[in-house]
Design a protein around this ligand. Structure first.
Ligand code: FE2
Ligand code: FE2
Length: 187
């Protein structure tokens, strides 16, 4: 009985595009970030593109990450495959996070924003620490019966990161840098 679901339910990857967030749908249609999330800083934008592609790939792991309560209805080999894919993605996302946050935090220091606008930078770095801690929580609660729940949690975390963190913290940082650049051009 438990072996049926994995083979009888059609894979709905293409149809699921309709249910994706606007950002991911935009990514799948154009291969780029939506214009309102482009900071104008080449390295930061390049790294954010990785993040959106990670969400798009994550949504391809499970045949129905929206409705499955857990993985009990799938065959063992399917569960194992999903878990291995998720472990690989979590590894990539976690090392990306460490590099990306380091990039932004060194820009804060080098551009002197950290000295001039300390509270804003502090809030930005605290949000980085919170995102990293949540990814670690997901890694430490992995098990083969609940891979789909961890996929949903990672999806929500990455989507929140894109919609809230980039739109608030990263855009403030990039505005600071472009203001600094234009001030320097005046001399
Ligand atoms: Fe950031
Ligand atoms: Fe960022």
């Amino acid at each position: 009985m438990t072996t049926q679901r994995a083979v009888s339910i059609p894979i709905r990857r293409d149809e699921s595009v309709d249910s994706l967030s606007d950002i991911t749908a935009h990514w799948l249609a154009t291969g780029d970030l939506p214009p309102e999330l482009i900071t104008g800083h080449k390295l930061i934008d390049f790294e954010h593109r990785f993040l959106v592609s990670a969400i798009a790939n994550l949504r391809k792991v499970c045949i129905d990450h929206i409705s499955f309560a857990d993985c009990s209805g799938c065959r063992n080999d399917f569960r194992e495959r999903c878990e291995n894919q998720l472990i690989g993605m979590l590894g990539d996302v976690f090392s990306f996070i460490l590099d990306h946050f380091k990039t932004e935090e060194s820009i804060m220091r080098d551009s002197l924003m950290l000295m001039v606008d300390r509270d804003v930078c502090q809030a930005h770095m605290e949000d980085h620490a919170e995102i990293a801690a949540k990814v670690q929580e997901i890694v430490s609660s992995l098990d083969q019966l609940h891979v789909v729940s961890r996929i949903r949690e990672l999806d929500q975390l990455l989507t929140r990161w894109i919609t809230n963190h980039i739109a608030l913290h990263d855009l403030l940082l990039s505005r600071w840098i472009s203001r600094e650049d234009s001030l320097l051009q005046g001399f």
